[in-house]
Design a protein around this ligand. Structure first.
Ligand SMILES: *[C@@H]1O[C@H](CO)[C@@H](O)[C@H](O)[C@H]1NC(C)=O
Ligand SMILES: *[C@@H]1O[C@H](CO)[C@@H](O)[C@H](O)[C@H]1NC(C)=O
Ligand SMILES: *[C@@H]1O[C@H](CO)[C@@H](O)[C@H](O)[C@H]1NC(C)=O
Ligand SMILES: *[C@@H]1O[C@H](CO)[C@@H](O)[C@H](O)[C@H]1NC(C)=O
Ligand SMILES: *[C@@H]1O[C@H](CO)[C@@H](O)[C@H](O)[C@H]1NC(C)=O
Length: 458
């Protein structure tokens, strides 16, 4: 990337999201993701609860005796997350703290059962990422259990000791939980990171309004902005917002991602503007499987045979002036390309001369798949390639004959080129270290759905 492009990109990133009003994409985190998150969150939360407890000052004797206290273990078997409609997430956990009291003459082991209740609203941050905060955090303690039964501690010690421990834990635990939530937010912040689309192009997703939260899901309206050389690519007249219907995709999937027609149109516009859909198909002489030469063409067009008595290799210049269109019907995605093809032959002065040019229409069936975090595609030709003459410098051309020739020389290179491009794909909305697992794709009228499980893995 040149310095100028880099600067342009930086400016774009610093600017508020340009004309951001259309979602284009919906990421719906279903309640199923919560049991996974709870399972994955147990270990970090358990570690976070391992706080230090200051010495206990025993005021029962005549001298003030400091007693050291250590948390030996935190056992957190139950962690439960639940969605609260219009609000966010409620966390409830039950844990047992095993504590060692360095009491003279003999140490004492206590088990302190605790319940933790945290209410965490989920909102939208000003930079367009989801953000979790804590509105309420409570810890409830049960009676401590003395583990060494031969060591019968005096209640005169136990009662103030337990009060001390509870007071410490109460003040520290919620702070620790808040730290865990903060690191989660840092993670969620990576949603707005730029992902590469092609050599000079990127996509960036960001939330455009507060999440919709029901008992069953948290739904994020996400805007996808595509950049070419650091500049946003905008579709001309789009003003409808995309609403993802309720029961789409796989039932019980952790995440349902809805991708609107707009996203596909924008991605194609990007490819077209970047010029990467254009290609040259070149002929080779003395090749049995490459028929792009003037002697083959001369058999169909007399003027070509007359102008090129010596065989010459031909070049097909394929240019996409019009934007390709994608059509999404139930279980059926198609792509239409309308390339302009110029047939060129070498002229005397090492330049090329145009023999004739064609308007081509080709319908392709588009198969979509997800690998990594990218939505990718592969195409095959549907029906016939439709060819009409645009101009000729070699007189009359019998289109029926040229059609067969074009089908042969045009189809395979076009498909190879297109499939290589679509195979690179476009990143779906994602955050660092969170992977789409066993994704399934569904094509509906006007949009595509990806249903997937998620896996957190560093
Ligand atoms: C805590 O320990 C007690 C006694 O062993 C046990 O009955 C209880 O189920 C434990 N609670 C948790 C949350 O592990
Ligand atoms: C926006 O959509 C409405 C309703 O579909 C339409 O009447 C209006 O012309 C559109 N505006 C633009 C700028 O496309
Ligand atoms: C032109 O193409 C045909 C078909 O591939 C091939 O048989 C022939 O040898 C080629 N002519 C030259 C001069 O390369
Ligand atoms: C998909 O649509 C194309 C074009 O409309 C059609 O030719 C094709 O038969 C359809 N395929 C299926 C599986 O419906
Ligand atoms: C391409 O598909 C469109 C819409 O289904 C159809 O009208 C058109 O005839 C097709 N063209 C070719 C060349 O197959």
């Amino acid at each position: 990337m040149t310095r100028e492009n880099g600067l342009g990109l930086l400016l774009v990133l610093l600017l508020p999201v340009v004309g951001a009003s259309r979602p284009g994409t919906v990421v719906r985190l279903n309640k199923e993701v919560l049991s996974y998150a709870a399972e994955a969150g147990k270990a970090p939360l358990q570690r976070a609860l391992q706080v230090t407890v200051p010495n206990f000052l025993d005021r029962s004797g005549e001298a003030l005796q400091p007693t050291r206290i250590q948390i030996l273990n935190v056992h957190l078997p139950h962690l439960h997350l639940k969605l609260i409609a219009g609000f966010g997430i409620r966390l409830s956990a039950a844990a047992n703290f095993t504590l060692k009291i360095f009491h003279v003459p003999e140490p004492l082991h206590l088990m302190l059962p605790m319940e933790l209740l945290v209410d965490a609203p989920v909102d939208q941050c000003s930079i367009g990422t989801p953000v979790v905060s804590i509105s309420d955090c409570f810890s409830f303690f049960d009676e401590a259990i003395v583990l060494d039964d031969r060591n019968r501690a005096a209640p005169a010690l136990l009662v103030p000791l337990q009060k001390h421990i509870q007071a410490v834990l109460q003040s520290k635990l919620c702070l620790r939980v808040s730290n865990v939530v903060q690191s989660l937010n840092v993670h969620l912040g990576t949603l707005i990171g730029l992902s590469r689309v092609g050599p000079e192009s990127q996509v960036r997703y960001s939330m455009i309004n507060a999440p919709t939260i029901t008992r069953d899901y948290i739904s994020l309206d996400v805007n996808a902005i595509l950049f070419l050389l650091g500049r946003p690519i905008m579709l001309p007249e789009v003003n409808t917002s995309f609403v993802l219907p309720h029961h789409v995709g796989t039932r019980g999937a952790m995440v349902t991602v809805g991708l609107s027609q707009d996203l596909f149109d924008s991605a194609l516009l990007l490819l077209q503007k970047a010029g990467v859909l254009n290609m040259d198909i070149t002929g080779q002489l003395k090749s049995d499987d490459n028929i792009l030469n003037t002697s083959v063409l001369g058999q169909l067009i007399p003027e070509v045979a007359r102008q090129f008595p010596e065989p010459m290799a031909l070049v097909l210049k394929v240019r996409l002036g019009a934007m390709p269109t994608v059509t999404l019907h139930t279980n059926n995605a198609t792509l239409q390309l309308q390339p302009f093809v110029e047939v060129l032959a070498p002229a005397s002065n090492s330049a090329f001369q145009s023999l004739f040019s064609l308007n081509v229409v080709v319908n392709l069936s588009l198969q979509l798949f997800v690998s990594g975090v990218r939505l990718r595609g592969t195409t095959s030709v549907l029906g016939n390639v439709q060819i009409t003459m645009a101009s000729s410098n070699v007189g009359f051309i019998d289109m029926e004959k040229v059609q067969i020739l074009m089908d042969t020389v045009f189809e395979r290179p076009l498909l190879d080129h297109l499939n290589a491009l679509l195979g690179l794909g476009i990143a779906l909305p994602h955050v660092v270290n969170l992977h789409y697992i066993s994704p399934e794709i569904f094509v509906y009228e006007g949009y595509v759905v990806v249903s997937s499980a998620l896996l957190y893995q560093r």
